[in-house]
Design a protein around this ligand. Structure first.
Ligand SMILES: [Zn+2]
Length: 155
């Protein structure tokens, strides 16, 4: 399955799972400068107690990137599970996530052709550390701000 009709998928309590090669994830790769590894995902749909369709997304795997401190290779274990409610309009979604009575932290718009890879990529990006680094390592010395996630871009 490459695409799902997300509302229908949730209403029918469907489940799908698969693998994604992170080298195909352009946005995440640009964010991290270098990215490889495979992710396994499972998406399950349900209707919550407020009668809202929700997708439960589970993503796990090991990805390889560069440490933002020393620029050597760094493995990151990804293991996240998120409930992503589906909204019918952008304003509904904004209110529910950012409004005064916000009750959700994540959301996706109703989409009859939700591209799974891109949806998983969004979840991956949200679960990534802002500046991935080794727990201990020697910082590179030729940058003003070795901690900046974008320092590698200015090299
Ligand atoms: Zn390092």
């Amino acid at each position: 399955m490459k695409y799902i009709d997300n509302v229908d998928f949730a209403k029918k309590l469907q489940t799908t799972s698969g693998n994604i090669d992170t080298q195909n994830l352009i946005r995440a790769s640009e964010l991290l400068e270098e990215l490889s590894g495979n992710l396994q995902y499972t998406i399950s749909g349900y209707i919550n107690n407020k009668n809202k369709p929700v997708l439960t997304v589970q993503v796990c795997g090991k990805i390889m990137t560069l440490c933002q401190n020393c620029l050597e290779k760094l493995d990151i274990s990804i293991d996240c599970t998120n409930d992503v409610p589906i909204f019918y309009t952008e304003s509904d979604m904004d209110n529910a996530i950012f409004g005064d009575e916000a009750e959700y932290t994540d959301g996706v718009l109703a989409d009859a052709h939700l591209y799974i890879q891109s949806f998983i990529e969004d979840e991956l990006i949200m679960s990534l550390p802002i500046a991935p680094k080794h727990e201990t390592c020697e910082p590179i010395t030729y940058h003003d701000k070795p901690d900046s996630p974008f320092s590698v871009l200015t090299k």
